[in-house]
Design a protein around this ligand. Structure first.
Ligand code: GDP
Ligand code: GDP
Length: 466
């Protein structure tokens, strides 16, 4: 089974340009195929090592203004129904228009899997439009330039795991016998999928967001990191900065740092940005792989800090807690003990996440912050072999047998890691609906402790076997 991607969006945003780029010479018009009308073009796309079917809603081009909205709706709905994923394209140079809003609405209501793409994003003229796109509430937009072929790496990075998952689902849908699966055998399947090297993503920078309440020291911290790199590499070398992020090799690690403080300051001069409906913090969290929650040591764990840390956990991001302005702290030992106690009490869902003390002002502790970011990212990406997981599961079951509601013991047969970023596990069992929350928590805490995955959100799904 192959993945089908529909490109939707209002006329002139660049859908056909992207379609042609993906399909290249293999373009096939399928007007005469049953079920596919003249309004939808279909082709076989190639992106890196991925192959998938792409649908373009080209029929809109001929619509007049008053017929546009109705047709747009019908065509989009049809494309959504035919596709596994929709790439919703806007024109970053034009910003978000009322027609774009209508599309966003349709897509949200059909609860399709949506990739938001801000096209024509080459150059700084697109920055405001890219930021505006966050306000559509469809997640982080990828910056594309269909014309120049930019941003295809990001598209690949999003499609790759989805394509992977589709293949897995297809396997699962194969007729199933009633016997327990053999972990060893299953492992080959799972590991085989991983070996497919994501060539294009190899150089993708690590996406980091620095979030925190006003005056926590976000700007100071980012400037400090930039400053130290500048000392190492000369003025501005290797640093590219736009309205929402900056890219830098921090101690040799390519990172893109989402700069909420910088954004807020820019927003003041660009009235367009003030209409944004989603908060800086939320957008930053959506963008990031690792979220650095920057606290002010004098007033740590305020309500706002807790909310953003909790949000990061719920969104499945790796979290690092950085306590800033450590230079002014006099009784560091006591303070540290107090911080750890508050952390455990107020953010139990992030148990084990790294807590680092820093001074953005003096630069002290930045090396430890750097290391903590890398460590959190590695844990977030960890993949545990299926055989090891199932050996572990047997031990856990022996130590604490699952409950037996109404005299029928819940059987846990087998488990596998279905995804990374953050780690997600599937446990095959009888009566998943009867499993008490406490037993799932026992398993999650066990995974965290036994496989050394502190501080990362861990997802556990129970699945019945027919
Ligand atoms: P569609 O109606 O959405 O299929 O849009 P088209 O693919 O026909 O593109 C509309 C116009 O935008 C054309 O003139 C394209 O050359 C132009 N265009 C497409 N992609 C880009 C891009 O990435 N950057 C710029 N600057 N122009 C683009
Ligand atoms: P932002 O609003 O989070 O971007 O915070 P800023 O970076 O603008 O910093 C707010 C204030 O805290 C400024 O006066 C900074 O000089 C100060 N500040 C930032 N980091 C430190 C630090 O590590 N130590 C001390 N003593 N002051 C800091």
């Amino acid at each position: 089974m192959s993945l089908t991607l529909a490109i939707v969006g209002r006329p002139n945003v660049g859908k056909s340009t992207l379609f042609n780029r993906l399909v290249g010479k293999r373009l096939a018009l399928v007007d005469d195929q049953p079920g596919v009308t003249r309004d939808l073009r279909e082709g076989q796309a190639r992106l890196g090592d991925l192959r998938f079917t792409v649908i373009d809603t080209a029929g809109l081009e001929n619509a007049t203004d008053d017929s546009l909205q109705g047709r747009m709706r019908r065509l989009t709905e049809r494309a959504v129904d035919m596709a596994d994923i929709c790439l919703f394209m806007i024109d970053a140079r034009a910003g978000v228009t009322p027609n774009d809003e209508i599309f966003a609405d349709i897509l949200r209501r059909r609860s399709a899997h949506v990739i938001l793409a801000a096209n024509k994003a080459e150059g700084a003229a697109a920055d405001a439009g890219v930021i505006e796109a966050y306000g559509l509430g469809l997640g982080e937009p990828i910056r594309l330039s269909a014309e120049h072929g930019e941003g295809l790496n990001d598209l690949y990075a999003i499609l790759m795991p989805l394509a992977d998952k589709m293949e897995k689902t297809a396997e699962e849908q194969a007729p199933e016998t009633d016997v327990d699966l053999d972990p060893e055998e299953e492992e080959e399947v799972a590991e085989g999928g991983v070996q497919e090297a994501p060539v294009i993503t190899a150089d993708k920078p690590l996406q980091v967001a620095v979030v925190g309440r006003p005056n926590a020291g976000k700007s100071t911290l980012i400037n400090r990191i930039l400053g130290e790199e500048r000392l190492l590499t000369g003025p501005e070398a290797g640093i590219t900065r736009d309205a929402i992020s900056l890219q830098i090799d921090w101690d040799g690690t390519p990172m893109r740092i989402f700069d909420t403080a910088g954004m807020r300051k820019k927003a003041k001069v660009q009235e367009k940005l003030e209409k944004l409906s989603v908060s800086d913090g939320l957008r930053a969290v959506k963008f990031a792989e690792v979220v650095v929650v920057l606290l002010d040591a004098a007033i740590p764990f305020e309500q706002q800090d807790l909310r953003i840390a909790d949000l990061a956990e719920r969104e499945g991001r790796a979290v690092v807690i950085a306590v800033n302005k450590w230079d002014v702290e006099e009784n560091k030992q006591d303070k540290l003990r107090e911080l750890k106690e508050s952390f455990d009490r107020l953010l139990p869902q992030l148990r084990g996440a790294p807590l680092v003390t820093v001074s953005a002002k003096t630069g002290r502790g930045l090396d430890r912050l750097h290391a903590a970011i890398l460590r959190a990212h590695a844990v977030w990406n960890r993949r545990i072999p299926t055989a090891a997981l199932n050996r572990w599961l047997i031990g856990m079951l022996e130590q604490h047998p699952p409950p037996a509601p109404q005299g029928k013991r819940i059987k846990l047969r087998y488990m596998t890691q279905a995804k990374t970023r953050p780690p997600g596990f599937v446990v095959m069992c009888s009566h998943p609906d009867k499993m008490p929350e406490s037993y799932s928590r026992y398993l999650v805490n066990g995974l965290r402790a036994d496989f050394d995955m502190p501080g990362t959100p861990i997802r556990l799904t129970l699945r019945g076997q027919g």
